[in-house]
Design a protein around this ligand. Structure first.
Ligand code: ZN
Length: 308
């Protein structure tokens, strides 16, 4: 195996306010969601997935999407991302006037696509391309995510050729990037390195973003493999919260602070302030009233702070 040449920097995307919270049974207040967004900004996040515009009957935690948007800090230097599954969601997101970037999601398998958004996989790609085009027509940008890129809760293995073809098709519509999402946390570093490399080649010069869940403990290893293979944008959720209402057994995202600790210690800049991320994670654990899965926030500070 050739020695991978690591980049010197990646772009970090905080997805805690949406992916982190969406599966929580207890409704989190709009005010707490906005505090989480503010803490993420304070810790350096400049791209934040703030909510999703989905059916509130199906995802009650996201029913306050419009209220969250209305309360977002006015920041020219922060890109607010709103996740949308269809045209109706895209129109809601655009109508808020506060969403800078639409997050379009398509799914690599038919059965998960039906469960997640009532479409076949092909239909979900077509819908994502319409959403990307709509965002551009409105002077916004869009990101595209391929859910279940590394495995499906219903169909099992997902063919790499299928994911590469989907990424190439999405790239034609002009998103800012294409993401590979391990929605159910089944990926392993070898698979990740292979697929990132293939997708990178298929969509260049568009960046590859990666989105990992730590369901089986491979989350951080997968982030490392992805970055080494050329992914330049990485998602994480503060505290390692997360799950998917439509994917049985889905567990938390990789914890933002764990990702940032690993990358920064390895000499890869993230633009994030780890100390403030840990403070945000502690605040979030307090709001959730339980210990969160992220590990760095539970460990002693290393190296000992010399700056104060
Ligand atoms: Zn996710």
């Amino acid at each position: 195996m050739s020695t991978p040449s690591h980049p010197t920097a990646i772009t970090f995307v905080e997805v805690g306010p949406r992916d982190g919270l969406q599966n929580e049974k207890r409704l989190i207040s709009t005010a707490d969601k906005l505090t989480l967004v503010q803490l993420a900004i304070g810790a350096g996040a400049r791209r934040i997935e703030v909510t999703s515009f989905v059916n509130p009957q199906k995802v009650p935690q996201m029913a306050d999407a419009e209220a969250v948007c209305a309360g977002l800090p006015q920041r020219d230097d922060v890109t607010y991302i709103g996740l949308v599954m269809n045209l109706r969601g895209a129109e809601r997101a655009l109508a808020t006037g506060r969403i800078d970037q639409l997050g379009a999601v398509c799914v690599a398998t038919d059965r998960f696509a039906m469960a997640n958004q009532g479409q076949t996989s092909d239909e979900s790609v077509a819908a994502a391309k319409v959403i990307i085009a709509l965002a551009r027509e409105h002077g916004r940008t869009a990101q595209a995510t391929i859910a279940a890129s590394f495995g499906c809760p219903f169909e099992g293995e997902v063919a790499e050729d299928r994911v590469v073809a989907m990424a190439a098709s999405l790239a034609e519509a002009g998103p800012v990037e294409v993401a590979l999402a391990d929605t159910i946390g089944v990926g392993n570093p070898a698979h990740v390195a292979r697929l990132v490399e293939r997708v990178r080649a298929a969509i260049a010069p568009l960046p590859v973003r990666v989105h990992f869940h730590n369901t089986r403990g491979t989350g951080l290893a997968n982030v490392w493999a992805a970055v080494a293979a050329g992914a330049t944008v990485v998602d994480g959720a503060l505290g390692g919260l997360g799950g998917c209402p439509f994917a049985p057994g889905a567990a938390g995202n990789v914890a933002s602070e764990d990702v940032v600790y690993m990358l920064e210690r390895a000499g890869i800049a993230t633009g994030m302030d780890l100390k403030r991320m840990i403070e945000a994670s502690h605040w979030l654990a307090n709001v959730m009233d339980r210990k969160l899965p992220g590990m760095v926030a539970q460990a002693p500070v290393f190296p000992k702070a010399a700056e104060e």
